[in-house]
Every structure is written in structure tokens, then in C-alpha cells.
Design a protein around this ligand. Structure first.
Ligand SMILES: [Zn+2]
Length: 357
């Protein structure tokens, strides 16, 4: 294993396409003409683009729970395909994350599962250090353990933050039981990426979301994020931990689309807002981060208007084929300055994730 890892290190930065010769791809890759890597340029300047929303899976960790990887494109042993897609789309760096499937697991299994997973994430990054960074996975159902896992992930494995779900077994991220985790994330100054999951709000509203259209995902996922962020605002979690750096998937779900209602609620029914907040609810949107996965120029323009361009980072959702044009989406949205485009394409994410310019 060590020698194989050493090989990856040597290969990194030279010909990414053959880095995974260990998987039997050498002859195939060598036989094909070298695909061209799209280099994104804004006003004559090369921009290092960063995708904060990229999924992967660690089969060794999933095996502990008898689970199998699906789809196979999540595997980092298929990094050659992933790198080809990144090259095609103009993505220089992916920040890898793993959607939680371990939130019901007891403490001992959770400790082992996360250790394996974070170790493998670190290996995947080390194999292609110019192209991958990763968010640590944490067992958030055990908040004190999750805090330790985040610290170990950052300090021992070089991971750049944490990826978490939008709720934990029906409990809100704003629940005080999770304060030890938020305190650690704030103390470390690392980014926490919140991604909704199928076991979130969709699991609690199954009868309303069944039927044609895949609404458990299409509506359920952004709704889960909307609820998670709203509680973090209204329960005072963001006041308690003002240094937190949180990035929400899918443009923050529906929250930025209808943000003004969050302000109007406490004006219209003040008796329902018994916990005082330090700011207007919508003002918290300007300290959160959001990925750009909102599909149209108009949706991105609106997200910028509600949150500020400094709060938006590029997200693709790889390997799930929601979009292949994240770069063009940001380049093609009218009304942005060059500096704003550079920040959204990768500048802001590079700062948040400690990626060298
Ligand atoms: Zn996703």
C-alpha cells in the first residue's frame, strides 16, 4: 500500500489521467489522446476553480455497516474518470465530502468507521494533492466525539473542515446538544458543509412527497436545508458561535428565495419570536456561504442579491449529473464584476479551504 501511495504522489501533477495505473487504466489512458484540461480565464487571468460540492464514498467504511457503494462513480479508485470530468468542466480542485449514512451507529462503530473514512479521504487527497481536498466526516450523533473527529481530521489528516447532514436522526443542528461540535468548528476556523440527506425532512413527509417527479429529492432536499439554516438563525446558534463558517448546499435551498418572510414573521407575530436575535434574520444570510447550484443566471443573480457575491462558492454535485456547466453558469450570469466571478469560481473557496492560489 505504501509503495502504491508513493507512486500516486509521484504521478500527481504530471499526467493525472494515468495516476491510477494501479486500477488497470494505464494502457487505456495511454492509448487515448490526452484530453485537454479546460483552463478558466477571467479578464486574461487564469482562475483556480474550486468545487465545494463533490461526493465520494469509502467502501471500506461502508462495509462496516454492510453497505455497498452506489453509484460506482463515487469511488475514488475511479479518480481518472473524475479527473477527466473535472478537466472537461474546468474544475481545478474538488472539495470531497461524504453524505452521512452513519448517524444511527453506536459510539464504538462510529469511531472506527470515521477513522477509516477520514484516513481514506486523506489518502485520496494525497494521491492528487493539486486536485483534491476533503471535508472530514464526523459522527454527529455523538457530538463530543464529532468534535474530536473534526480536530483529528484537520490536524492529523489535513482535511479542511467537516461535511454534515441537514439534521441528525430528526434532531435539528441548532439543538444545544450539538454545541460542542459547533464550538470546535468555530475554534478551528474551518468550513462546515451542510448537505441534506434522504433521511431528513423527506423521511418525515413521505406521503406528501411520493408520486411522480422525485419530490423527496427535488423538494425534500432544499427544504431540509431551509429548515436547518432557519433553526440555526432563529435558535441563536449563529449568535452563540459568530465565527462559524457554514456553507449550505444547493444555494441554501429555499431560504434565500423567500428570505424576507423570515424578517416579516417576527414583525407580524412578535409573540412567536421570544428569543432575541442580534440581527435581523436575513442579515445572517450574509455570514453564511452557499454553493452556486441553482441552475439559472436569474437564480444566481437573486442569490447574490440576497447573500452577497462574497458568500457564494461553486458547487457541481459530482458525480450526480445535475449540471456540467457550473463554470459557465458563473461566467454567464449578468451583472457580476470580474472580481466577483473570480471569487465565486474559486477565490473564496480557496481561502475558506486553505487551498494555495
Ligand atoms: Zn450533493
Amino acid at each position: 500500500m505504501t509503495s502504491r501511495r508513493e507512486f500516486f504522489k509521484d504521478a500527481a501533477g504530471t499526467t493525472a489521467g494515468i495516476a491510477f495505473v494501479g486500477c488497470g487504466l494505464m494502457s487505456e489512458a495511454a492509448a487515448q489522446p490526452q484530453a485537454r484540461r479546460r483552463e478558466v480565464v477571467v479578464n486574461g487571468r487564469r482562475v483556480k476553480t474550486v468545487d465545494v460540492h463533490a461526493h465520494c464514498a469509502v467502501p471500506e467504511a461502508m462495509a462496516l455497516l454492510g453497505r455497498k457503494v452506489e453509484p460506482q462513480t463515487l469511488l475514488m479508485s475511479q479518480a481518472a474518470d473524475r479527473l477527466r470530468a473535472m478537466d472537461d468542466q474546468g474544475v481545478d480542485v474538488e472539495a470531497l465530502s461524504i453524505n452521512p449514512y452513519w448517524y444511527k451507529v453506536d459510539r464504538d462503530v462510529a469511531r472506527e468507521l470515521i477513522r477509516i473514512q477520514n484516513e481514506k479521504l486523506a489518502e485520496a487527497c494525497a494521491a492528487n494533492p493539486e486536485r483534491f481536498v476533503a471535508f472530514a466526516s464526523v459522527a454527529l450523533q455523538h457530538p463530543d466525539l464529532a468534535a474530536d473527529q473534526l480536530e483529528e481530521g484537520v490536524k492529523k489528516y489535513g482535511l479542511r473542515g467537516a461535511g454534515i447532514g441537514g439534521s441528525v436522526n430528526g434532531e435539528e443542528l441548532a439543538d444545544p446538544k450539538f454545541h460542542p461540535f459547533w464550538a470546535k468548528a468555530e475554534q478551528l476556523g474551518v468550513l462546515v458543509f451542510i448537505h441534506p440527506q434522504a433521511t431528513g425532512v423527506a423521511a418525515e413527509l413521505p406521503s406528501r412527497l411520493k408520486g411522480n417527479g422525485g419530490l423527496e429529492n427535488v423538494i425534500g432536499n432544499p427544504l431540509e436545508t431551509t429548515i436547518a439554516l432557519s433553526h440555526l438563525i432563529f435558535e441563536g446558534t449563529l449568535d452563540r458561535f459568530p465565527g462559524l463558517k457554514i456553507c449550505a448546499a444547493h444555494g441554501g435551498g429555499y431560504l434565500p428565495s423567500y428570505a424576507a418572510r423570515s424578517d416579516a414573521g417576527c414583525v407580524t407575530f412578535p409573540e412567536r419570536c421570544s428569543k432575541p436575535l442580534k440581527k435581523k434574520p436575513t442579515e445572517y444570510l450574509r455570514q453564511l456561504y452557499f454553493d452556486s447550484l441553482v441552475f439559472t443566471p436569474e437564480a444566481l443573480r437573486h442569490l447574490v442579491a440576497e447573500t452577497g457575491s462574497s458568500q457564494i462558492v461553486m458547487g457541481t454535485d459530482y458525480p450526480f449529473p445535475w449540471t456540467k456547466t457550473s463554470v459557465d453558469h458563473i461566467l454567464g450570469t449578468p451583472g457580476l464584476s470580474d472580481a466577483e466571478r473570480v471569487a465565486m469560481l474559486g477565490g473564496t473557496a480557496a481561502t475558506l479551504l486553505g487551498i494555495k492560489a
